[in-house]
Design a protein around this ligand. Structure first.
Ligand code: ADP
Ligand code: MG
Length: 302
């Protein structure tokens, strides 16, 4: 349903995307996870036909984004990172204006508005001025707007940015329902780990490159065992001592030492006993997508 082939983009001399390849199947929820500046919005702009890539190609719903942008636009609904609603108008008025942009009017437009309003649980808000709505409700109106012309693909750029955890969960319920009830294919970008974990598949984007791709479970399984994180006054010295004693090579990320190891709880006991007083704090967790990202890039996402 969505295809990127050696997709690259340069803003002047700055390379924002470099040879990106991925494919999204019909009915999938596909996530692009990466830190700020990773290239997510650039990719989003290309897929939504707002910008022509400087290299490679992309297809949405069988249409080339550069050669046939009009066909792509009919197939996609778009939710931008920044809000696009007219705050002085009501929910219904915003949807009406959007319908006119797509050449909808009369009873057909009324029906469509009634449907998306129902779908996104906005029925009791239809005559509220957008300005008065909470962040979560505004996002739902944005999605309703994106769905008004019944696209087969929904593209969302950091759609849950600024939402509290409750509103984010609710947004996800709607996204999952859209996929399961209407078969809409969804591509979203995010820098939020929880959100990425809910996608069917992910591409991890760092400095314009895809550094890993797969289901969240598959990506995590690349890390064997547990992740142990150690804080110390002298991390470099502790790293040397761990390497000598345990034959492990800890990595230094964000001022802390990290060790990927099976049976991490046993290692914790051993390392604390081996170097009394040298360790300030110890943590153990099961691998997260952040750990996968760190392993591939040495950098943090959030
Ligand atoms: P993300 O959405 O993941 O934060 P972006 O796609 O916005 O990443 O940015 C990717 C890179 O491209 C960054 O280095 C950013 O500074 C640069 N960039 C983004 N938009 C522009 C622009 N309009 N002009 C020049 N550089 C840009
Ligand atoms: Mg962005």
């Amino acid at each position: 349903m969505i295809l990127a082939e050696n997709l690259s983009h340069q803003y002047g001399s700055r390379l924002a995307l470099s040879n990106v390849n991925f494919e999204v199947k019909a009915g999938e929820i596909f996530g692009l996870l990466g830190p700020n500046g990773g290239g997510k919005s650039t990719l989003f702009r290309i897929l939504s036909t707002m910008m022509v890539p400087t290299g490679g190609r992309a297809e949405v719903a069988g249409h080339d984004v550069a050669r046939d942008p009009a066909a792509v636009r009919r197939a996609i609904g778009v939710v931008f990172q920044t809000q696009s609603l007219d705050k002085a108008l009501t929910v219904a008025e915003n949807l009406c204006a959007q319908g006119h942009l797509y050449g909808l009017s009369g009873p057909k437009l009324r029906d469509r508005i009634a449907q998306v309003i129902e779908r996104l649980g906005l029925a009791d808000r239809r005559n509220d001025i957008v300005e008065t709505l909470s962040g979560g409700l505004k996002r739902r109106v944005e999605i309703a707007k994106g769905l008004l012309h019944r696209p087969v693909v929904l593209l969302m750029d950091e759609a849950s940015t600024g939402l509290d955890p409750g509103a984010r969960r609710e947004l996800w319920q709607y996204v999952e329902e859209l996929r399961s009830r209407e078969g809409v294919t969804i591509l979203l970008t995010t820098h939020i780990l929880d959100e990425a974990d809910r996608c069917d598949r992910l591409a991890l984007l760092h400095q314009g490159r895809v550094v890993a791709e797969g289901t969240p479970a598959h990506l995590r399984s690349r890390i064997g065992g547990d992740v142990v994180v150690l804080e110390a006054g002298d991390v470099a010295e502790l790293a040397r001592r761990i390497e000598t004693r345990f034959g492990l090579k800890p990595s230094l990320v964000d001022g802390m030492l990290r060790v990927e190891i099976a049976n991490g709880h046993r290692f914790i006991t051993e390392v604390v006993e081996a170097f009394p007083g040298a360790i300030d704090s110890v943590g153990l967790h099961k691998p997260t997508l952040e750990d996968v990202f760190i392993r591939e890039t040495g950098a943090l996402i959030e």
